[in-house]
Ligand binder design. Structure first.
Ligand SMILES: C[S@@+](CC[C@H](N)C(=O)[O-])C[C@H]1O[C@@H](n2cnc3c(N)ncnc32)[C@H](O)[C@@H]1O
Length: 286
């Protein structure tokens, strides 16, 4: 609760602020009108003060939006340059001959792909799982196919399944054994957000042991702590020393999710890799 209030105050919510300031402005008008009808001078002053405050807040919201947009656009162009610089290394390490789908705010950064490559090379996982498909899927599927590892990607959004399916086909990778549509559903682990339907996951994974899981879904719009169930569901299915990689660790929500995982199993080891998005690498006990 304390954290939610802090988050509201620090990130602000322009819609609420807009509502409050319009309400204060209207209160000012009512106070002025009420006082004018009764010849109470102070009420005119108080009313004008309320209207003035409301006006100032509305103007500052407008300025913040304009400045915010400019700042985001500037960041995006520098990010694009960073991605362009790192891509040759990604093509080289993964030995890619097809064009990688554009990396954007939805996808892993090149640094994230390179980290996954390092983990796959260093840890030699036989079974790799991805929650949340995208540009990462053909890249990881290509590596897995080349190195004879089993790779499974889970996607909740049926229209996005189609996008990823076509990308895999475009890379000459047969999508059917790799990509699975598992819709979101209420889950027993985390009431604040839906998660992948566990019956669907049970059908896919059965009693398979997983060595490395890349947690990059469900998307943020699906609610608070939406990636928390990944650990609760998969922990007992991981091999000893298996690895979970969580993207977007720069977000407070994902940091709280990892804190929760640590409470669930204090023996896990967590390392973090910072970048614009940041990743957490969680190693299961041996
Ligand atoms: C963070 S994305 C997964 C990204 C993917 N692992 C990657 O690195 O490219 C999480 C979810 O957002 C949705 N998604 C991915 N890319 C999207 C896009 N460009 N537009 C809208 N939704 C997208 C999909 O449902 C996906 O499962």
């Amino acid at each position: 609760m304390e954290k939610s209030v802090a988050r509201l105050l620090t990130t602000g919510n322009p819609k609420w602020l807009l509502g409050y300031s319009v309400a204060v402005g209207m209160l000012g008008v009512v106070v002025s009108a009420w006082g004018a009808g009764r010849d109470i001078d102070i009420s005119l002053f108080v009313g004008a003060l309320f209207c003035g405050l409301s006006f100032l807040v509305l103007i500052s919201i407008r300025i913040e939006r304009i400045v915010g947009k400019t700042r985001t656009a500037a960041l995006k162009s520098s990010e694009r340059a960073a991605v362009a610089q790192a891509m040759p290394l990604v093509y080289d390490r993964f030995d890619l001959s097809f064009p990688v789908p554009t990396l954007d705010e939805w996808t892993l950064e090149p640094g994230g792909l390179l980290l996954l490559h390092r983990l796959i090379e260093g840890e030699d996982p036989s079974v790799i799982v991805e929650l949340g498909s995208g540009a990462s899927t053909p890249v990881l599927a290509h590596l897995a196919e080349k190195q004879d590892r089993r790779f499974t990607s889970i996607e909740n959004d049926d229209s996005w399944v189609e996008v990823t399916r076509q990308r895999l086909s475009g890379w000459d990778i047969e999508p059917d054994h790799i990509l699975h549509h598992v819709p979101l559903a209420d889950n027993p682990f985390q009431p604040s957000a839906p998660w992948y339907d566990t019956d669907g996951l049970d059908d896919i994974f059965g009693d398979e042991t997983i060595d490395l899981i890349f947690v990059d879904g469900p998307a943020a719009r699906h609610g608070t702590h939406r990636r928390q169930p990944a650990f609760t569901y998969f922990a007992s299915r991981m091999s000893p020393g298996g690895i979970l990689v969580l993207d977007d660790y720069n977000r407070e929500d994902e940091q709280e999710v990892v804190d929760f995982w640590k409470q669930e199993m204090p023996e896990i080891e967590v390392s973090t890799f910072s970048g614009r998005k940041s990743l957490a690498v969680v190693r299961m006990p041996e």
